[in-house]
Write a protein that binds this ligand. Structure first.
Ligand code: SOE
Length: 399
């Protein structure tokens, strides 16, 4: 098992077939319910020997027929239309919240009070205030908690963090990240959906896409002490299914400067209005001894420039394939060069959480815990406030 995940010490017991089962209750059956369940179904045989084997006990969602269909398709024993049934089921020890943002706080807090370990989709909540309530609840209950910032679990991203930790990059000067999509541009004719409503989503591109790159900024560079941001809504009204018009009250796009505690300077930008960009996430770190570039569309690669490691005639950027057994998580997959994809980040992520549950390890820094989720929310809220006030805003963390 991979050193990065700390699975090694479990190898003996698990190899002898002693991996415990852990009952899973999944809230949400759409995109994230599918991605998380897909990962759980793969853990037992691919992350071998697994820290625990997920047992698909129950899935919950609002639509009776759709949730019953999802239970059948994914292999959950029970289908519920009320998430409380997941919390009340004693066979469930692990609550996985893949529901919309307005369904994060109450179910997660109830799950914590019932002693369940928790994985919650990002952003942790709609506001920092709500995230703080969730953080307080999991800390009080003493359960393991993780926010599904799955890009920490791309091997190439984990490899960057290892290079940062090793000191090989030297001082970091710049962090630059964009997260670009296009799916609500006029040519998509997108009606009103929950993601475009503040009361359900909290924010728009900022919380949905920006939260990911803000998490990577904190993960790879460090804490952010202030921000200077600007948000924009390009289309302010969209039709509901019945033809009446609804007001879009979240951002379609944002840009922000990040002022890191360690003196690094960051820029982050996310939008749903970048024509042609389907899921375009790119990151660049400029450090004293190297520049490193990550592009999600080439997620098994890193582009690297090392200062002065070649004769000047051949100095330049190199493409490194991150697929060797010594790269993070790779020993669990295929022979080198046999690529993995986006869905595998969830396999790494959930295996890590299971390992933390079974072996009582800390979720952070390999994964993002609710403290990371809360601090992320503080930064997102500060960007909104900065945009509204047209001023640089300090990030004030209460935890
Ligand atoms: C939005 O389109 C979305 O699905 C996000 O919600 C995910 O977090 C991101 O990984 C991909 O884009």
């Amino acid at each position: 098992m991979s050193e990065a995940s700390g699975f090694t010490s479990m190898a003996g017991a698990k190899a002898e077939g002693q991996a415990p089962q852990i009952g899973v209750g999944m809230l949400g059956y759409a995109f994230m319910g599918k991605a998380h369940t897909h990962a759980m179904l793969n853990i037992g045989h691919m992350m071998y020997p697994p820290p625990a084997v997920p047992k698909l006990v129950g899935i919950a969602g609002r639509n009776r027929e759709a949730v019953a269909e999802a239970a059948k398709r994914y292999g959950y024993q029970h289908a519920y239309t009320d998430w409380r049934d997941l919390i009340n089921n004693p066979d469930i020890q692990f609550f996985d919240n893949g529901g919309p943002n307005d369904a994060h706080a109450e179910p997660c807090i109830a799950a914590a009070q019932a002693g369940k370990h928790i994985l919650c989709e990002k952003p942790l909540a709609r506001t920092a205030e709500e995230s703080k309530l969730m953080l307080d609840a999991v800390q009080k209950a003493g359960v393991k908690h993780m926010v599904a910032f799955n890009y920490r679990f791309v091997p190439a991203i984990r490899q960057i963090r290892k290079l940062v930790d090793s000191g090989l990059l030297g001082k970091i000067y710049h962090f630059r990240a964009v997260y670009l999509q296009e799916w609500i541009m006029p040519h998509y004719n997108m009606p009103m959906i929950w993601r475009l409503q503040k009361k359900m989503a909290g924010s728009g591109a900022l919380g949905d896409l920006g939260a990911h790159i803000i998490d990577l900024a904190r993960y790879l560079v460090g804490e952010v002490r202030s921000v200077s941001g600007m948000t924009r809504t390009f289309i302010e009204e969209r039709p509901w299914g019945d033809g009446t018009m609804g007001k879009v009250d979240v951002d379609d796009a944002f840009v922000s400067l990040l002022d890191f505690e360690n003196g690094a300077l960051g820029t982050v930008e996310a939008t749903r209005f970048a024509a042609g960009r389907k899921n375009g996430q790119r990151i660049e770190i400029n450090a004293e001894k190297a520049t490193i570039v990550f592009n999600l569309e080439r997620l098994n690669e890193l582009e690297v420039y090392w200062v002065g490691d070649q004769p000047k005639e051949t100095q330049g950027f190199r493409n490194v394939l991150v697929s060797e057994p010594f790269h993070p998580w790779w020993e669990n997959w295929w022979p080198q060069g046999h690529m993995i994809g986006w869905e595998h980040t969830f396999v790494h992520e959930i295996t890590h959480l299971l390992d933390c549950i079974v072996n009582n390890r800390a979720v952070s820094p390999i994964g993002a815990d609710f403290l990371d989720g809360y601090r992320n929310s503080v930064i997102c809220d500060a960007i909104v406030r900065s945009s509204e006030s047209r001023r640089q805003v300090d990030c004030v963390y209460e935890a």
